[in-house]
Design a protein around this ligand. Structure first.
Ligand SMILES: NC(=O)c1ccc[n+]([C@@H]2O[C@H](COP(=O)([O-])OP(=O)(O)OC[C@H]3O[C@@H](n4cnc5c(N)ncnc54)[C@H](O)[C@@H]3O)[C@@H](O)[C@H]2O)c1
Ligand SMILES: [Zn+2]
Length: 380
């Protein structure tokens, strides 16, 4: 059942497509694929063994039933496979399976599969169409929206890539039933992030859903309908920001810049780096980063104590976050100073002047003492 269709309208005329949200959609994805890319004769599914083992058959069958000649390419499971090596292997598979300019790549998986397959589609024959079938909550509300694709490399995470919008995104909330609890929590933390910068309405909707959810038991049928509603609102929010700043222009520092989506990410990236990307799921780090940015906003007298309490309550509902004891505080502090974005030479903080009121501030505007004090509170 289709629950919502979110139209994505971007300035580039070729970038108009829909994000479809619902339940029981995988089994009929073939019709969606052929209506999204009518010229395609062949489709290649990019996935990993785990996800393909769960959902591959249904997807493959439906694509074939709709008249497509279907091949598959499975990549390894995990962030380390979002690499140039996997990209090369994926391009080799596109070639071996005769994927032409008019054919289509179907990404079936989480953000790793989506980013990698999207980038491979962007560069194969200078660009072929691709469809996203995100299977993690994070991929549904975040990575599959906005057209950023890419891989990690020796130069850093996500620094090689392309903006390549999909021809369509199909979100079947049923697949979340098999998603591990930590992955669900990680996705919900990104949802809280979007609520915090999006405004009270989105934050309250997210909070209400989380209050009714027993994260331990995951998503069940009863919750699927409500979840579809939440996913649709989250997708709409991200799409709205992306539409206003398609390529994240370097000099856009307004509250509508795509950069505001990095709320909670300054501390998150520092934590991930200080723990070699092994200890925390990215979304979990974002959950902690939201709390850090909220405290810092309060310290600088931007945000009320009530709003900080509210954000703490919502993040807590998203699930258990790993403890920070034992993490080397100095390493985190060092990671702050090294995490300078490629553009500009200063670390940026996204802080809040209230729920739904993000501000982008250069690190040089924030007293180092304030950051140090809060760091001391988070990591004893
Ligand atoms: N392009 C963007 O704008 C953007 C935005 C945010 C994050 N990202 C990227 O997304 C990636 C993280 O994505 P992720 O959090 O989805 O991680 P992931 O793709 O590694 O998936 C997490 C785990 O869940 C498994 N899985 C996926 N779907 C499942 C299902 N339905 N049932 C059971 N298991 C399932 C995967 O096999 C994997 O082990 C990072 O590489 C990050 O850089 C990109
Ligand atoms: Zn993130």
């Amino acid at each position: 059942m289709i629950h919502a269709t979110v139209p994505i309208k971007l300035k580039s005329a070729s970038s108009r497509y829909d994000i479809r949200v619902g339940t029981g959609l995988l089994a009929t994805c073939g019709d969606w694929a052929t209506s999204s890319v009518p010229e395609a004769r062949r489709a290649i599914i990019v996935s990993n063994k785990k996800v393909f083992g769960l959902y591959g058959d249904a997807v493959q069958r439906s694509l074939a039933k709709a008249g497509l000649s279907v091949s598959t390419h499975l990549i390894g499971d995990g962030e380390r496979f979002k690499s140039l090596k996997t990209l090369e292997q994926t391009l080799a598979a596109f070639n071996a399976n005769g994927i032409s300019r008019t054919d289509v790549v179907v990404a079936l998986g989480g953000g790793v599969v989506g980013d990698l397959a999207g980038f491979a589609a962007a560069v194969h024959l200078r660009g072929v169409k691709f469809l996203q079938m995100p299977t993690t909550l994070l991929a549904m509300i975040d990575s599959s929206v906005g057209g950023k694709t890419g891989v990690n490399s020796q130069f850093g995470k996500n620094l090689i890539g392309a903006f390549h919008q999909p021809a369509g995104v199909l979100i079947d909330a049923d697949v979340l039933a098999t998603l591990p609890r930590r992955e669900l929590t990680a996705g919900f933390c990104e949802a809280v992030k979007q609520g915090a910068i999006g405004g009270r309405k989105l934050l309250d909707q997210t909070h209400r859903f989380l209050q009714g959810l027993d994260v331990k038991n995951g998503i069940n049928e009863l919750l699927a309908d409500e979840l579809c509603g939440l996913v649709a609102r989250q997708v709409e929010f991200k799409a709205k920001i992306v539409a206003g700043d398609e390529r994240e222009s370097a000099n856009n520092e307004t509250a509508r810049s795509r950069k505001i989506l990095n709320f909670g990410h300054t501390f998150a990236h520092a934590l991930e780096k200080a723990t070699d990307y092994r200890y925390l799921r990215h979304g979990e780090a974002v959950g902690l980063g939201i709390l850090f940015a909220a405290e810092l906003s309060k310290k600088l007298e931007f945000l009320s104590a009530d709003d900080v309490t509210l954000l703490n309550a919502v993040v807590r509902c998203a699930g258990r976050l790993p403890a920070l004891d034992g993490i080397d505080r100095e390493k985190v502090a060092a990671a702050f100073s090294k995490d300078k974005k490629v553009i500009g030479d200063s670390l940026q903080w996204i802080l809040l002047r209230g729920i739904g009121k993000p501000v982008i501030l250069p690190g040089s505007n924030i007293p180092p003492r304030a950051v140090k004090e809060i760091l001391g509170k988070f990591i004893r």
